[in-house]
Design a protein. Sequence first.
Length: 171
Amino acid sequence: SSGGFIGGGTFATGSYDFPGAIMGYNVQGVNVANAEYTLTTSYAVPDSEMNVVFVVPKSGKVEIMVQVQVKDNSFSANTINCALSDAASYNSLGAQHEVSAFVMDETGTDIKTIRWSIEGLTPGDTLQYWFAIQANVGSSGQTLQWGGSGTGRFPDFIMKATALPSNAVFL
């Protein structure tokens, strides 16, 4: 049997050798009450559970995706940045992994999907990355929101790692 792949063979689900495979997946909020974290002016990991663990694929290239919801209760212009950390206490993976994700100029709620493409990793290594967030205006009512167990729940926080092919182009 070809296992459904051209040229035969099979791949284990989540195999780190298969481009496009989801190598790590973490969803927060499915089985918890509504949760919120008030943003600060320094990068911080809002919850140590907001991370993804994965094995680096043969290509040494991965995409990290995060889905988050932010609520802004301020009428001033605010920029909210998101980043990746290699520790539960914020430790930057580098400025190229610190991105402006939200620009909000009045009160409101916004949900975003943020993606980071990373290359040069050592194939076979097991890595763990955490999500970090910060706002340019602290204590003004910007909050990260996730989860809930009833009607009106917040969207779940989702973080996943996907294997990229060796011919993925990074410029």
